[in-house]
Design a binder for this molecule. Structure first.
Ligand SMILES: [Zn+2]
Length: 112
């Protein structure tokens, strides 16, 4: 599914792209800002990462920071949450690595 967004085959509300990533709004947002950052390369989930993905991961975090800045939540007085979910118990429903950037409202820990 996310491979098809990366390829442009499936439309998405893209907010930012980089050499190794595409960032787009979650279709079921859990907060005013809810963006998914995905690597262009297919990786199943965070548990499948290895050291060949170092550059992709670095770009994902740089993109997440840039998204937070452009969404106006980067300042620590606001702030945001970065989440990777792996597997069924974590409700990871899409088998392509994605980093959630969630913010724009106060959040509790642990999430419900
Ligand atoms: Zn994929």
């Amino acid at each position: 599914m996310f491979c098809r967004i990366v390829s442009g085959e499936v439309p998405a509300d893209v907010v930012r792209t980089s050499a190794r990533t595409v960032a787009f709004r979650d279709i079921a947002p859990q907060a005013p800002v809810h963006v998914l950052v995905v690597p262009r390369v297919h990786v199943e989930h965070a548990g499948a990462l290895d050291d060949t993905h170092a550059a992709d991961l670095s770009d994902m975090f740089a993109t997440a920071r840039a998204v937070a800045e452009q969404e106006g939540i980067a300042d620590p007085s606001r702030g945001y949450r970065l989440v990777f979910n792996v597997g069924k118990d974590a409700e990871n429903s899409v088998p392509h690595l994605h980093l959630h950037v969630i913010g724009g409202r106060p959040m509790t820990w642990p999430p419900g």
